[in-house]
Design a binder for this molecule. Structure first.
Ligand SMILES: C[S@@+](CC[C@H](N)C(=O)[O-])C[C@H]1O[C@@H](n2cnc3c(N)ncnc32)[C@H](O)[C@@H]1O
Length: 173
């Protein structure tokens, strides 16, 4: 009996250790995703050229500390959501933007069909992996606003040239 209890204890310790180990790996990996937010000037240029409507349903894919969403909030937009996997950026977003919907979640696992404005400031690699998802989920009329990076080999964008960069706007037909 005593051997059985010792064996059971060992199994429990092993399971707990494995759970802690994989949680730690997940945490370290999530912190490794680079968080490079828009600068004040870049943000001002988005504010100048992108004017949204109060009833738009907006999502920022990889919202960082949610500065873009807060800017759209000042424009009067009511429905604002952000997804972020960098833990530090997510916590900052939560602290700074109490009234916004901010989730610690991989945006690839989110159904995007409920949004009519998708904002992203993401590298080519990430944008490339989103094309198929956009094609599948986005409804006609939805706008995809990609700051600085073109979504290669996809639809034809309207391009806004700002002082510091370009903004690519795709409209789903
Ligand atoms: C260049 S930053 C832009 C931050 C913010 N949108 C801004 O403009 O200030 C890109 C963000 O996307 C996040 N990110 C990258 N892949 C992601 C994923 N699969 N799910 C959620 N967030 C992701 C990164 O952690 C990073 O904070």
């Amino acid at each position: 009996m005593i051997w059985f209890l010792i064996f059971l204890d060992l199994i429990i310790v092993l399971i707990v250790t494995l759970v802690l180990f994989f949680s730690l790996i997940g945490l370290i990996r999530s912190m490794g995703v680079p968080f490079v937010p828009l600068t004040k000037k870049q943000l001002e240029s988005v504010n100048k050229y992108i004017k949204l409507n109060p009833n738009d349903r907006v999502v920022d894919l990889g919202c960082g500390d949610a500065r873009v969403l807060r800017m759209f909030k000042k424009q009067g937009v009511k429905d604002l959501t952000g997804y972020e996997v960098n833990l530090l950026a997510y916590l900052l977003a939560k602290i700074k933007s109490k009234s916004l919907k901010i989730y610690f979640k991989n945006f690839k696992k989110v159904d995007l069909s409920e949004y009519n404005v998708i904002f992203c400031y993401l590298l080519d690699y990430y944008l490339d992996s989103l094309k198929e998802k956009f094609d599948k989920e986005l409804k006609p009329g939805t706008k995809v606003i990609s700051y600085a990076f073109r979504i290669k080999n996809w639809r034809r964008p309207e391009i806004i040239y700002t002082k510091t960069s370009r903004i690519f706007i795709y409209t789903i037909e």
